[in-house]
Ligand binder design. Structure first.
Ligand code: GRF
Length: 210
């Protein structure tokens, strides 16, 4: 059973897509048990509350040190029996201790085809601006495991979309977001069904057993 904590800093449309897939029964053996945001006004917190999911505003600013913040975060995750973390537009870097505690149990969605257009500063509209500027013909969405580096963990799932000559960064962001809403629930489903095998940095998706 996956007991997921979703971390989100913004509107939370990916969180909603995952929640809908759980409600629709296309992701089984999974519950979102907690939503955490570093922004008190994040839409993701409102969605969580509307669905009776514990919603917590937690930011390092509330603590004297990074260590205190990490301890509070780990205590909160333990209290809710979290065994899997899905970052969905979370703009903070997780501390090494959190990454270690949830090794191979943290995923993120990135709005490009990693390893291209990832890393520090590559978030939001900046990603799509960089894609257009580069002249790339394809972009897409990537779900990957989270390790200590930004956008560097092993890939789980990717889906492509064409970059059209008329695309603006905003238009591309919309197109990619549609893809994200499919690929993120699909990736969670693979974990929920026990189909993701991880060996070091190598990820294998096993065949579906029907
Ligand atoms: C998405 O584009 C995601 O790829 C990126 O942040 C955005 C979050 O959007 N990491 P939302 O809050 O899920 O709507």
């Amino acid at each position: 059973m996956l007991r997921i904590a979703v971390f989100a800093s913004g509107r939370g449309s990916n969180f909603r897509a995952i929640l809908q897939a759980i409600h629709a029964g296309s992701i089984r053996n999974t519950e979102i048990v907690l939503v955490i945001s570093n922004k008190s006004d994040a839409g993701a917190l409102d969605t969580a509350r509307a669905n009776n999911i514990p919603a917590v505003y937690l930011d390092q600013k509330q603590f004297d040190s990074e260590q205190d913040f990490t301890q509070a975060l780990l205590t909160l995750l333990d209290r809710h029996g979290v065994n899997f973390i899905a970052l969905a537009g979370y703009l903070k870097k997780l501390s090494a201790e959190v990454v270690r505690r949830f090794k191979n149990r943290i995923v993120n969605i990135h709005p490009a085809l990693l390893p291209d257009f990832g890393g520090k500063g590559m978030y939001g509209i900046h990603v799509h601006e960089a894609v257009i500027k580069s002249g790339a013909r394809k972009t897409g969405a990537t779900v990957h495991l989270v390790d200590e580096e930004y956008d560097r963990g092993p890939l789980i799932l990717q889906q492509e979309v064409d970059v059209d000559p008329a695309d603006t960064p905003e238009r591309l962001a919309e197109k990619v977001l549609q893809i994200e809403h499919r690929v993120y629930p699909e990736a969670i489903r693979l974990f929920a069904d026990g189909r993701v095998k991880i060996n070091g940095r190598s990820v294998t998706i096993t065949e579906k057993v029907s």
